[in-house]
Design a protein around this ligand. Structure first.
Ligand SMILES: *Cc1c(COP(=O)(O)O)cnc(C)c1O
Ligand code: SF4
Length: 347
C-alpha cells in the first residue's frame, strides 16, 4: 500500500539551535562533517523529532547523510521543506510495496567488470566512487552493492582495459555514488588514463557534489578537469530551485570557465517538485546558473521510495502544462529507465 498522506514526519517545532557552522572547512572536511543522525538533523532545523520505528528502520536501511552546506538551504521549522523531504527518512520507507525492488534497473546484469556498467551504445558508465556526499531517500542505487564495485586503482586498469578494447565507446561517464566524492589525486589519475584512450571523445560526470558542497569546485578539481583533452559534460542533479544558492551559482561559473557544459537531471518527486510552478521555477533558476535542463526522470521503483511516486498520467499532464509556460530549451525530457532498453524511454 502506498500511503499518500502528505507528510508523516513526526516533527514539532522547538527552539532552533544556534548554527554550528560559521566557518566550514575545505570540501573534504565538509564531507566528513555531514550530519549522520536523523534526530540531529531535526534539532539543527528547530524541529523536534519523535521517531516511529519505521522511520528509524529507514535510517538503518539507508543512513541519513546531509552536508551542512545543504542544510543551510533548508528552511528552519518547516517539516515540509522540499529539501528536507529529500533527505529525511519517513516511516513509509518500511512499507513493502508491490513492484518496488532493490535493483530496479537490473544493473547487476550489465556489469562486465567491477565498477563498469555498459548498457547503452557509445557510452559506458564507471562507478568512480562508492560514496555520496548526501543520501537522497529516493535514490535508485540505495541498495547497490557498492562494496563489490569499489575497485582499487590496480583493479581499475582491468576495468579500463574494457574501454580500451571497445572503440565503439566514445564517451566515459563517471558516476557513483558520486565520483566527485573521490580525492582529486585519484580523479586526476583516472582522467589521465581516459585521456590516453584514443577513441574516447567525451568525459561526462554525473554528480551532485557541486550542488550539495559547492566548495568541491576548487582549484585542484579545475586543474584535472580543465586539463583533460576530452570534451567535458557535467550532469548535475537538482530537484528544486531552492537548492541553487549563490555558492552553487559561483561553482557553476567556475566550471563553465573551465570549458564544462552543464546539464541537469531531476527526479519527479511527490511532495517535492510535483507541480508546474515548482518545475518552471526550477528550469528558470537552472538557466540563471548556466545549467540546461536535461532529464526529468520518473521515479525508479526502488524499495523504500514508493511514497515519492507520481503516476505517469499525472507526470505527462505536468510536463504538458510546463511546455505551455517555458521556452523550448528550458524543457527537460520526461523519461523512464526501462531495464533492457538501449536508451532512456521518453514518456
Ligand atoms: C543513464 C545512463 C547512461 C546515459 O544515458 P544518456 O541518455 O546518454 O544520458 C549511460 N549508461 C547507463 C548505464 C545509464 O544508466
Ligand atoms: S547523490 Fe545521486 S547517487 Fe547519491 S544518493 Fe543522491 S541520488 Fe543517489
Amino acid at each position: 500500500m502506498i500511503t499518500r498522506t502528505p507528510i508523516a514526519v513526526h516533527c514539532e517545532e522547538v527552539e532552533p539551535e544556534a548554527p554550528v557552522f560559521d566557518t566550514p572547512g575545505d570540501w573534504q572536511q565538509q564531507l566528513r562533517d555531514v550530519i549522520r543522525d536523523p534526530a540531529e538533523l531535526c534539532r539543527h532545523l528547530g524541529l523536534d523529532v519523535e521517531w516511529s520505528s519505521g522511520a528509524r528502520r529507514g535510517h538503518d536501511l539507508f543512513p541519513v547523510r546531509v552536508p551542512l552546506a545543504y542544510l543551510s538551504r533548508i528552511r528552519r521549522g518547516d517539516p515540509n521543506d522540499p529539501l528536507l523531504r529529500q533527505v529525511l527518512p519517513l516511516g513509509a520507507e518500511g512499507d513493502d510495496v508491490r513492484g518496488y525492488v532493490d535493483d530496479p534497473l537490473e544493473e547487476r546484469d550489465h556489469t562486465p567488470r567491477p565498477g563498469l556498467i555498459h548498457k547503452y551504445p557509445g557510452r559506458a558508465l564507471l562507478i568512480a566512487s562508492p560514496t555520496c556526499a548526501i543520501n537522497c531517500r529516493y535514490c535508485f542505487r540505495r541498495h547497490f552493492p557498492y562494496a563489490d564495485n569499489a575497485p582499487s586503482m590496480r583493479e581499475w586498469e582491468r576495468t579500463l582495459d574494457y574501454l580500451r578494447a571497445d572503440d565503439s565507446i566514445q564517451e566515459a561517464i563517471l558516476s557513483g555514488g558520486d565520483p566527485l566524492a573521490s580525492p582529486d589525486r585519484r580523479m586526476a589519475a583516472l582522467v589521465e588514463r581516459l585521456d590516453a584512450i584514443p577513441h574516447l571523445k567525451r568525459l561526462r560526470i554525473h554528480t551532485r557534489l557541486p550542488v550539495v558542497i559547492p566548495d568541491r569546485v576548487d582549484d585542484a578539481l579545475l586543474e584535472w578537469l580543465g586539463g583533460s583533452r576530452l570534451q567535458k559534460v557535467m550532469v548535475l542533479h537538482i530537484n528544486h530551485a531552492q537548492e541553487i544558492d549563490e555558492a552553487v551559482v559561483a561553482a557553476c561559473v567556475r566550471l563553465k570557465a573551465a570549458g564544462v557544459t552543464l546539464l541537469n537531471q531531476s527526479v519527479l518527486l511527490r511532495g517535492i517538485n510535483d507541480d508546474v510552478d515548482t518545475l518552471a521555477a526550477l528550469s528558470e533558476r537552472l538557466f540563471e546558473a548556466g545549467i540546461l535542463p536535461y532529464y526529468l526522470h520518473v521515479l525508479d521503483p526502488v524499495s523504500g521510495a514508493a511514497h515519492f511516486d507520481v503516476p505517469d498520467d499525472e507526470a505527462r499532464d505536468l510536463v504538458d502544462a510546463l511546455r505551455q509556460r517555458l521556452a523550448g530549451f528550458l524543457m527537460p525530457r520526461l523519461v523512464r529507465e526501462v531495464p533492457g532498453e538501449r536508451s532512456k524511454t521518453p514518456l
